[in-house]
Write a protein of this length. Structure first.
Length: 305
């Protein structure tokens, strides 16, 4: 997730709940550049958590240097590549990148075939269901299969929908049924009940957790049956305070200055939608200094019921 799943956050998740796989933020290919991947992106792409596969996501249109960028990433040791075919933001879709690739479906198969020759580990695609019609996904499925990608992550919303409405997991089920490639379901899984429901409803091979896991890192362990399903408000606040303290410490090692560090932490807090924590989150977002934010988090970690 762009702006969120930086190496600092991945390190904290990797040292606590250890997701089975971690993904980078997207690496934006720099069109027409002799160095299509920035140094900052190389650092992100090559900083994995020991023992957890890191999938590096690239975004760019087929003619923009995606192949060269992938070569450069692989030459630095990157093993797993995911192609973003879902980003709904205009800056991407106007150049046939991200979700915009649906407007040039004929470019998908040749691009993936080329990448298949280069990528030593898994090659995958993360896609939405289409631009403005959720049936468009079925026009590109054969390209995924012909290029022998290893898995497909489906967020069953159209590009046009952005984040409105809900993911259509009936459509995910149909994609699973019609796909020869393993499908990972993504979209709107924020509770154990929803995780079970989506797995049962779709028959998917696995789940990708986005906003739900950023807001509740223990969601991984709740789904695995290793953490309580629904902790009470104070227990949950203690968990979150501990997690955010770890994140703060991690961000202090990779970002510079109070303003940047606070902004990054607050963007995580903004994804916490739990109504019981609304006032607490508001108080966190008001903090102007790292010292006062840390004090508030420490007090919350030891809060008594
Ligand atoms: C802030 C933000 C940044 C995101 N960045 C990316 C990204 O870089 N690559 C990507 O494939 N999806 C990205 N997404 C989409 C999510 O990966 C995911 O597909 C979507 O949020 C639906 O899943 P969820 O309901 O579990 O969050 C982003 C979503 C948000 C909210």
């Amino acid at each position: 997730m762009q702006g969120v799943t930086n190496r600092g956050l991945r390190e904290v998740f990797g040292s606590t709940v250890r997701p089975d796989v971690l993904f980078t933020e997207f690496v934006r290919v720099r069109p027409g550049s002799a160095t299509p991947v920035s140094n900052a992106d190389f650092t992100e792409a090559t900083t994995a958590v020991a023992g957890i596969p890191l999938v590096v996501q690239v975004i760019g249109s087929a003619d923009e240097g995606v192949v060269q960028a992938t070569r450069d990433l692989v030459s630095r040791g990157v093993e797993h590549i995911n192609v973003n075919m879902g980003c709904p933001w205009g800056r991407m879709t106007s150049v046939l990148a991200g979700g915009g690739m649906f407007r040039a479906p004929e470019t998908v198969e040749p691009l993936l075939r080329e990448l298949r020759q280069i990528v030593p580990g898994s090659l995958s695609v993360k896609t939405r269901s289409g631009i403005d019609d959720e049936r468009q996904i079925f026009d590109v499925m054969s390209a995924f299969e012909a290029a022998s990608i290893d898995f497909l992550v489906v967020h069953s919303r159209t590009v046009q929908q952005k984040y409105t409405g809900t993911a259509n997991h009936d459509l995910t089920r149909e994609i699973v049924k019609r796909s020869a490639i393993p499908v990972i379901a993504n979209g709107d899984v924020t509770t154990v009940a929803q995780a079970k429901q989506v797995m049962e409803q779709t028959g998917a091979t696995g789940l990708m957790l986005g906003r739900g896991a950023i807001a509740d890192p223990w969601l991984f362990d709740r789904i695995r049956g290793l953490a309580p399903d629904k902790p009470d408000g104070i227990a949950r606040r203690r968990e979150l305070a501990r997690h955010l303290s770890l994140l703060l410490a991690s961000y202090e090692t990779i970002f510079y200055g109070d303003a940047q560090i606070l902004a990054k932490l607050k963007s995580v807090v903004a994804l916490i939608k739990d109504p019981d924590q609304r006032r607490w989150c508001k108080a966190l977002k008001k903090q102007q200094h790292i010292v006062s934010l840390r004090r508030l988090l420490e007090a919350s970690m030891t809060e008594d019921p």
